[in-house]
Design a protein around this ligand. Structure first.
Ligand SMILES: NC(=O)c1ccc[n+]([C@@H]2O[C@H](COP(=O)([O-])OP(=O)(O)OC[C@H]3O[C@@H](n4cnc5c(N)ncnc54)[C@H](O)[C@@H]3O)[C@@H](O)[C@H]2O)c1
Length: 318
């Protein structure tokens, strides 16, 4: 049984909170937020002891989830690691590469698990991708949706695009050799939409579009490779695979009646709650039932590329 603490009871923290009951290996020992009213309310609802200072609950726990605003991840995660606690920190781990490296170094020295909450890795469709993607020519990824005022201080690249960068790096296992980025500020003083092209060493061309100016949410990825065109819908956790058709049918008067343009294969995807799988994976890593899903090197690479893109956009005022 892992004794857990939850730090940060905002939008993401509440999603975590709602899932602990479904994971028998966890005993939630404490919840914490600087918002006392919220702590009291949730503590009453769940029967779990509430704190407004997370350091006071560290003695009670083996592991924590850090779901505070991104700018505080480094400080909070570092204190928890230094106190000997395993840490599941929401994505992005930090906004600075050296800080991320330092956190992983502390975790390694203290033999602690430090996982990042890249929840899309646990999307059933994404988990199937690695099995079917082979030397793709082109990957197009779209993660778009409407604007909300709470987003105005967050980098869209570190907030949204990092999911796509992480997934693409994971399926390609290749090196980025060129980055081009275009963007625009629409509602906030930061980039609200961006289109990024990545060129990989083995030739794959990648286009990622992220936006918080689209009225409708749309989260998809398509992959063109020699034998297949793969279309993934993140929201439904669906994958369709299209392959070129071979047959056409001609009836009596020699008129073409119909042509089989493509064969559609619908992949069977095991669908569970990705956040629950992410938390379970964290627990399995602590209990040595599982190795980390993604290497530390890969974790740092996704952040490094995201930060480079952010820098290009920022420098050019896009
Ligand atoms: N994995 C995902 O798909 C995903 C989705 C949304 C958000 N996130 C990440 O989760 C993190 C939190 O985002 P959110 O949308 O829940 O933000 P939020 O603002 O809704 O919640 C943050 C909470 O942290 C609390 N807090 C601030 N300082 C604190 C401190 N020192 N100690 C304890 N609590 C403190 C705030 O009072 C607030 O309740 C961000 O890093 C964000 O990038 C991840």
């Amino acid at each position: 049984m892992i004794k857990m603490g939850l730090i940060g009871l905002g939008r993401m923290g509440k999603y975590h909170l709602n899932l602990y009951d479904e994971i028998p290996e966890i005993k939630l020992m404490g919840i914490c937020d600087i918002n006392e009213e919220e702590v009291n309310k949730l503590s009453k609802q769940t029967g779990v002891r509430g704190y407004t200072n997370y350091e006071e609950m560290l003695d009670l726990v083996d592991a924590v989830t850090v779901a505070v605003p991104t700018r505080l991840h480094y400080e909070v995660a570092k204190k928890c690691l230094l106190s000997g606690k395993h840490v599941l920190v929401e994505k992005p781990i930090t906004t600075d590469l050296e800080e991320a490296k330092e956190l992983f170094k502390i975790a390694e020295e203290k033999n602690l698990v430090l996982n990042i909450g890249h929840v899309e890795r646990f999307n059933g469709a994404v988990m199937e991708l690695k099995k079917i993607v082979r030397d793709p020519f082109l990957i197009e990824s779209r993660r778009v949706g409407p604007y909300a005022e709470r987003m105005k201080n967050d980098s869209i690249i570190l907030d949204l695009m990092i999911h796509d960068i992480d997934i693409i790096l994971n399926i390609l296992d290749d090196e980025v050799v060129d980055i081009q980025a275009q963007g625009s500020r629409v509602y906030s003083n930061l980039t609200d939409l961006a289109s990024v092209n990545l060129k990989f060493k083995k030739g794959t061309v990648v286009n990622i579009i992220v936006s918080r100016v689209n009225q409708k949410k749309d989260r998809t990825m398509s992959i063109a490779q020699k034998d297949a065109y793969i279309y993934l819908d993140y929201t439904n956790q669906d994958i369709n695979i299209y392959r070129q058709g071979q047959s056409q049918h001609i009836f009596g008067d020699k008129e073409l009646t119909y042509k089989n343009e493509y064969i559609l294969e619908r992949m069977f995807v095991y669908k569970d709650n990705p956040l629950k799988l992410e938390i379970k994976h964290f627990i399995d890593c602590i209990d040595n039932r599982s190795c980390r899903m993604v290497s530390v090197e890969h974790e740092l690479k996704s952040l490094e590329i995201a930060l480079k893109i952010d820098e290009i956009l920022h420098k050019e005022g896009k």
